[in-house]
Write a protein that binds this ligand. Structure first.
Ligand code: SF4
Length: 313
């Protein structure tokens, strides 16, 4: 059996102490997405989903923020808090889903459907947001689409989330972008069914970025924040979790008496896992990598985020 070498724990302690010292010295705030490594979530001041974190960053007093997540998240944080310095510890930490939509292709689609409203999932680049009418998260997408007067909706970039929303808003016509989360798409119906057979008492909770046939097996479908709330309030004790494995850290922390299973060990977002404690030390020491969005793009993209807020508050 593999035994973790002792130096791992010592090295972790060394890095953790360094992070706390640097954080204090620089007056920095560290925020981490629910899919980050356990040890990164452990040392973060705040954990949550991307939009909630961007809003918390805006409210925070700290001017220097390390965003442990992927690029589009740091971009949203910067757009909502343009006077703050937002650092992404690993410059290459991108999101394949966000990169599946480009502003050029979106313009083409808009020309094809001039009457349609463009709803962009928050998992999109700042440029795509700037070319959209309104933004949405996985928690509020149905509400956002229902609030629009247009009958046609171009939903970008996640087709699975778009299809899920379309089911809940049958009165609208959806033009779905052919994008998907490479991680959630990995989960198959068979893997869920097999896990359900093993843990017959478990409730299956799934993220709407999963395939349609996977969502059909779910007792609850929602965002990571929705899942965390659902599990906390549920009287059930065993759950099969249909989203990136990193969320298990938070679910275990909040519900030590409950059990969680993932249907596949492949449920890992490589981009999210790029951020390590070592890179976090480097980010604080060198104040890298500063994420900024050119103001002409940020100005338009911010409007889409603000419109979303107007609908949801
Ligand atoms: S889990 Fe999917 S949507 Fe989230 S960052 Fe990874 S690839 Fe992008």
């Amino acid at each position: 059996m593999y035994k973790k070498p002792e130096f791992d724990a010592k090295y972790k302690e060394h890095l953790t102490n360094k992070i706390f010292d640097l954080k204090k010295k620089k007056g920095a705030l560290i925020v981490a997405h629910n899919y980050q490594r356990d040890e990164v979530q452990e040392i973060a001041d705040l954990t949550g989903d991307s939009y909630a974190l961007a809003c918390r960053v805006k409210e925070a007093k700290e001017e220097l923020v390390v965003f442990c997540g992927v690029k589009f998240m740091a971009e949203s944080a910067h757009m909502l808090s343009p006077d703050k310095t937002i650092l992404l510890p690993v410059e290459e930490a991108g999101c394949p889903l966000a990169d599946m939509a480009t502003i050029e292709k979106l313009r083409e689609k808009k020309r094809e459907y001039p009457e349609a409203a463009v709803v962009c999932y928050v998992n999109s680049t700042a440029r795509v947001k700037s070319e959209s009418d309104i933004c949405c998260t996985s928690s509020n997408a149905v509400q956002i689409v229902k609030s629009l007067s247009q009958k046609q909706i171009i939903f970008v970039p996640d087709k699975n989330l778009g299809r899920y929303v379309a089911k809940h808003v049958p009165e609208k016509e959806f033009i779905l972008w052919d994008g998907y989360c490479v991680v959630h798409m990995r989960l198959t119906k068979d893997e869920v069914s097999k896990t359900k057979e093993i843990h017959s008492e478990a409730k299956f909770i799934a993220h709407p970025e999963c395939r349609e046939e996977v969502l059909e097996l779910a007792e609850y479908v929602g965002s990571t924040a929705g899942m965390i709330k659902y599990v906390k309030e549920s009287t059930d004790k065993v759950f099969i979790v249909g989203t990136e494995k990193g969320i298990i850290y938070r679910l275990n922390r909040d519900n030590p008496e409950k059990e969680f299973y993932v249907p596949t060990d492949q449920f890992i977002c490589a981009n999210m896992k790029l951020t390590t404690l070592g890179w976090l030390v480097r980010a604080l020491e060198k104040e890298v990598y500063k994420i900024t969005v050119p103001e002409e793009i940020a100005k338009k993209a911010r409007v889409t985020l603000e419109r979303m807020l107007e609908v949801t508050v």
